[in-house]
Design a protein around this ligand. Structure first.
Ligand code: COA
Length: 178
């Protein structure tokens, strides 16, 4: 049996494939994050570890042999039915075509059918309209509530950082859980 991150996943259109990352994709995820001009750029080592150890809760979109988008998440250890989406980014020339939405859909729908995702959580800053719309549209597709609350305020951060508001989407209706 193939390892989970080598199993082919849903092809999107003719040339884009959405799949869990291989370990080698961590470096590509770092590049997409760096070029987004929006995300907090973590060390390349962090993306490489996520690609190796959290492939089930991450996805990359690949065109040819180039990674053009990724989503990086994890199951919260104390509440594994909650999938926390840490970062999602699409290369600029692939934006506006529904790719980020498809990454989220693949993550939640194809995900782990024995242990379905009941809530999707993420944090978004007030100025990130595209991300707010992305997650609101995801909630609408799932007919799931989208609750917004404070999580980390600006002064909570040790460095300069905008407030991060928690968006909690769910419960996600059972027909799409597996
Ligand atoms: C946010 C981001 C991932 C969206 O990627 P995308 O592939 O262009 O998004 P989609 O095409 O799937 O669009 C999803 C929804 O967001 C809306 N949207 C996308 N970009 C938008 C923008 N700049 N302004 C307003 N709405 C926008 C789309 O219209 C769509 O809503 P709809 O279904 O109601 O039409 C992308 O803009 C990006 O990489 N930004 C930089 C990184 C970032 O901010 N990531 C989020 C924080 S972790």
């Amino acid at each position: 049996m193939l390892p989970f991150n080598e199993v082919p996943h849903a092809p999107v259109r003719d040339t884009t494939t959405i799949r869990p990352p291989a370990a080698s994709h961590g470096a590509d995820m770092w590049r997409v994050a760096r070029d987004s001009d929006e995300l907090d750029l973590n060390s390349s080592y962090k993306y490489m570890l996520f690609a190796r150890d959290f492939a089930r809760t991450c996805r990359v979109a690949v065109v040819g042999d180039r990674v053009v988008a990724f989503v990086l998440g994890y199951r919260r250890p104390e509440a594994p039915e909650r999938l926390f989406v840490w970062q999602i980014a699409v290369d600029e020339d692939h934006r506006g075509a529904g790719l980020a939405g498809r990454l989220l859909d693949d993550l939640v729908t194809v995900g782990d059918t024995e242990s379905p995702v009941v809530f999707v959580e993420t944090t978004i800053t007030d100025d990130n309209t595209a991300s707010q719309r992305l997650f609101a549209a995801f909630a609408e597709r799932r007919s799931a509530p989208n609750e917004v609350s404070d999580l980390f305020d600006g002064p909570d951060f040790p460095d300069r950082h905008d407030a991060e508001r928690l968006h909690r989407i769910g419960p996600i209706p059972s027909p799409v859980r597996g």
